[in-house]
Design a protein around this ligand. Structure first.
Ligand code: SAH
Length: 516
């Protein structure tokens, strides 16, 4: 359908226009104007002069995609991955890394201004420069690859093309652990050799849906989990055989997985100089680590859903968990538990959160949305008592085990929703001042941010400091407005680039109660 109207600059779908890209949109797309008509151009980099094809016209703006780069931006770089334009994962891989960081810093700042209603002075006064990554590749410790068929009917594993469920065959992602390629190929050859089918989403038939690979960067332990449309796989022993044959890093693998429980010792054995958790040592990439598969499991997911993992996990070989070490603390990680995906940056993030919490050893701290207790245990070393709250039971079990394994006994974890557990605790606390008023509350919610009830209770409890860790600066800005209207002021804000080459950014905020 043509656009026609004057406001649309007389453009219509499939028109080719020349656009100077002057800004970057929320999804990483370039923004520019053609004769005053604003266009959002996919895959254009700020500073480019491009020829774009219009893909959709709206009254006041339209969408397009790059046909030809007429004059490349100084911020345009050669992407590492040939699939980056099709794949939904790395929206800004063609942008110079340092420019990506500026984009993310601005994104957080603009959300605070526009969605949080903070003034320019308030924001400029507290915002510190974003923390980037020295080597922003192969940083992810977790990857979930869909398995299916290509157009010719061949078995493939890879990634969904942006906004679709078409699978692009790519076993060699530039963000994932380098070993993933060998592992994926081993699983695919097991499937071919044993006539194991891949899931066909449209019909709900076929077996293997996803391959989840999780790697403990400090321990070298790898978990491979196949998500299956059914309870079992044919010839599971052949799968185990195939995976155990792999020689990662060209080295011999140990013949048997170790029993879980000796995580600390194991981590020390493999990474002598990062047992103390030096992010620098990890980042320099100099550590010599023997990676090995220590866990193979099956997750049954027979639902017609976009949720990747099924609720039950069956371990078919090795232990059911892997381990990782951050800041000298070793964590057990179950397949279903949340664990930050970029361990190098996570350590920096947690140190920042700890710094913002301003602990002296006498404080009571709540860690809401605590996952497997990572932030709780970081804080516990410098606090009197820490309470963690998390909704996933398996994660809370991991949290308890992590506390015991690291011999940290001033932490207690509760299973439940933050917005239910915190108010219930507050009501039941009686008159005991320390329970009613903790010194610090840390929150690290999922993208949708904190529930209103949770924020209200935090304000009512009135801790001296609140540390807000966020993976979505839009909901962060909204929640900060509520907290600041409830008597808090922004003290420090800092973004950490956990998700290099994507448009996502992590932020840590320190708030203080006005009357303290
Ligand atoms: N702080 C942890 C986890 C952060 S991710 C870390 O850094 O590793 C957010 C966590 O919140 C997830 O573990 C998720 O399971 C949990 N969660 C989601 N909604 C919740 C709710 N309403 N109450 C408590 N936890 C919730």
């Amino acid at each position: 359908m043509g656009c026609g109207a004057r406001e649309r600059g007389n453009y219509k779908k499939n028109d080719i226009v020349t656009v100077v890209i002057e800004d970057i949109g929320n999804d990483g797309e370039g923004i520019g104007k053609a004769a005053g008509y604003t266009l959002f151009v996919k895959d254009a980099v700020i500073g480019d002069l491009v020829e774009a094809r219009i893909t959709k016209c709206k009254k006041n703006y339209g969408y397009g995609r790059v046909e030809k780069v007429l004059r490349p931006s100084p911020f345009r770089v050669e992407p590492k991955c040939m699939f980056h334009r099709q794949c939904g994962g790395c929206q800004i891989q063609a942008m110079l890394y340092d420019r990506q960081l500026i984009y993310k810093q601005d994104k957080v700042k603009n959300n605070l201004l526009r969605l949080g209603g903070f003034t320019q002075e308030e924001v400029d006064g507290v915002m510190e420069p974003i923390i980037g990554m020295e080597e922003p590749w192969h940083y992810r410790n977790k990857a979930q690859y869909p398995v299916g068929y290509d157009k010719a009917g061949g078995l493939v594993a890879g990634f969904y093309a942006g906004r679709t469920h078409d699978i692009i065959a790519n076993t060699d992602c530039a963000l994932g652990a380098p070993e993933n390629k060998q592992i994926l190929e081993a699983v695919l050859s097991y499937m071919r050799e044993n006539n194991v089918t891949a899931y066909r989403e449209a019909e709900g038939t076929g077996l293997v849906r996803h391959i989840l690979i999780r790697t403990g960067f400090a321990s070298g332990e790898i978990m491979v989990c196949l998500v299956v449309n059914g309870k079992k796989l044919p010839a599971e022993d052949k799968l185990i055989e195939r995976l155990r044959e792999i020689r990662l890093n060209g080295r011999e693998e140990e013949s048997e997985p170790r029993a879980s429980g000796s995580a600390v010792r194991q981590a020390e054995k493999f990474v002598p100089d990062s047992a103390a958790g030096s992010a620098g040592a990890m980042e320099s990439g100099k550590r010599k680590l023997c990676k090995k598969i220590t866990s193979i499991c099956i997750s049954a997911n027979t639902e017609k859903t976009n949720v990747i993992m099924g609720k039950e996990i069956r371990v078919i070989w090795g232990g059911g968990k892997i381990h990782d070490t951050l800041g000298g603390i070793t964590f057990s990680i179950s397949p279903l538990s949340f664990y930050q995906v970029n361990p190098v940056q996570t350590e920096k993030l947690y140190r920042l959160a700890l710094d913002y919490a301003g602990l002296t050893g006498r404080e009571t701290v709540w860690d809401l949305y605590c996952g497997i207790g990572t932030i709780s245990l970081f804080m516990a070393k410098r606090a009197k008592q820490v309470y963690g709250v998390e909704v996933i039971p398996e994660a809370v079990e991991d949290a308890g085990e992590n506390a015991r394994e690291n011999r940290i006994d001033n932490v207690e974890f509760y299973v439940g929703k933050a917005e239910e557990v915190l108010p219930a605790f507050y009501k039941g606390a009686g008159t005991e001042e320390q329970m009613l008023r903790p010194d610090v509350i840390v929150v690290d919610p999922p993208r949708k941010g904190c529930d209103e009830k949770c924020l209200e209770t935090m304000i009512a409890m009135g801790p001296g400091r609140i540390v807000y860790v966020s993976c979505d600066s839009a909901t962060l800005a909204r929640d900060l407005r509520t907290l600041c209207d409830g008597g808090y002021v922004l003290k420090r804000v800092r973004a950490v680039d956990q998700f290099c080459h994507s448009v996502h950014v992590e932020t840590v905020v320190g708030l203080q109660r006005k009357d303290t």
